[in-house]
Design a protein around this ligand. Structure first.
Ligand code: CAA
Length: 258
C-alpha cells in the first residue's frame, strides 16, 4: 500500500480508512493533503477489493480549514491563475461511496471536505462552520452551495455571514449529518456502516450513489427519468438475478459485481 505524507491509509477488509494526519495544524488542508487525498481515493476507486471509504481526522479536528498560512501571501493571480481548489472536484468524482466521520472541528475547507463526501457521520463533539468571513474571504471549496442544499438558506446564510459554528445536535436536526454517535465509537461506527455498503452489489452501489447525487444537479422530472433508466439498467446485471433469487431462497446474496 502506498505511503502518503499527510494522510494514513489502511484497508479494513473491504473498507478503506483514510485518516487526515497533520495534527499540529489541526489537519489544515494544504496542497499536499489535496494531492494525497486525490491519489488515495483514485487508488481506492480502482481497487476491486474495496467497496467503501471513510475519511476521518483526529479527536480534536476533522480539519480546521484550508491552510491559512499557505494562502496568506497569495494574490489573485495565484488563486485564479491556478484555479486554486479546483482539484477538490476530483474527490467528488470518486464513483464508490465515501463517508466523512467527523469529530471536533470541521471548519471552512474542513466542513466543505466533509460535505464533498456522500454523507457525514458525526461524533457528539463535532462542530461545523464556515468561518472564512472572519478572514475577509468566503468559502472556496463549495461550502456556500453545498451548505445551502444541506441545511437550507437561513442557516447557511447565518453561518457564512457570522462564522457561527453548529454543534452535532443542531447539525443532525438541520440534516447536515446522517447520525450522531458517541465520539469514542465514531470510527468503528463509520467503518461498520462502510462495511455494510461494501457488502452490497457493487454496480447497484454505484448506481444508487449516482442517482442520489443527480438530485442536486437536475429538476425532479429529469432526476426521476435518470433514476428509472439506471434502475432498468440494473436488470441487465447478474447481481440483480442473484439478489432477487437470494431473497426468494432466504439466503444472503453472493455478488460478482457483474
Ligand atoms: N490553517 C493553518 N493552520 C491552522 C489552521 C488553518 N486553517 N487552523 C489551525 N491551525 C494551526 C494553528 O495556527 C496552530 O498552529 P501553531 O501551534 O503553529 O500556532 C495549531 O493549528 C493549533 O491551533 P490553535 O492554537 O488555534 O488551536 P485552538 O484550539 O486554540 O483553536 C480553532 C482551534 C478554533 C479551530 C482555531 O485553530 C481556528 O480558528 N482555526 C482556523 C479556522 C478557520 O478559519 N478555518 C477556515 C480557513 S479558510 C478556508 O477554509 C477557505 C476555504 O473555504 C477553502
Amino acid at each position: 500500500m502506498a505511503e502518503y505524507e499527510t494522510i494514513l491509509v489502511e484497508q479494513r477488509e473491504a473498507v478503506t480508512l483514510i485518516t487526515l494526519n497533520r495534527p499540529k495544524a489541526l489537519n489544515a488542508l494544504n496542497a499536499q493533503v489535496l494531492a494525497d487525498l486525490i491519489a488515495a481515493l483514485a487508488a481506492f476507486d480502482a481497487d476491486a477489493s474495496q467497496g467503501c471509504a471513510v475519511i476521518t481526522g483526529s479527536e480534536k479536528a476533522f480539519a480546521a480549514g484550508a491552510d491559512i498560512k499557505e494562502m496568506a501571501e497569495m494574490g489573485f493571480a495565484d488563486m485564479y491563475g491556478t484555479n486554486h481548489f479546483a482539484g477538490y472536484e476530483r474527490i467528488t468524482a470518486t464513483r464508490k461511496p465515501v463517508i466523512a466521520a467527523v469529530a471536533g472541528y470541521a471548519l471552512g475547507g474542513g466542513c466543505e471536505l466533509a460535505m464533498m463526501c456522500d454523507f457525514i457521520l458525526a461524533a457528539d463533539t463535532a462542530k461545523f462552520g464556515q468561518p472564512e468571513i472572519k478572514l475577509g474571504v468566503s468559502p472556496g471549496m463549495g461550502g456556500s452551495q453545498r451548505l445551502v442544499r444541506a441545511v437550507g438558506k437561513a442557516k447557511a446564510m447565518e453561518m457564512c455571514l457570522t462564522g457561527r459554528m453548529m454543534d452535532a445536535e443542531e447539525a443532525e436536526r438541520a440534516g447536515l449529518v446522517s447520525r450522531v454517535v458517541p465520539a469514542a465509537d465514531l470510527v468503528e461506527e463509520a467503518v461498520k456502516t462502510a462495511a455494510t455498503i461494501a457488502g452490497m452489489a457493487p454496480l447497484a452501489v454505484k448506481a444508487n450513489k449516482e442517482m442520489v447525487n443527480a438530485a442536486f444537479e437536475t429538476g425532479l422530472a429529469q432526476g426521476i427519468h435518470f433514476e428509472r433508466r439506471l434502475f432498468h439498467g440494473l436488470f441487465a446485471t447478474a447481481d440483480q438475478k442473484e439478489g432477487m433469487a437470494a431473497f426468494v431462497e432466504k439466503r444472503p446474496g453472493n455478488w460478482t459485481g457483474r
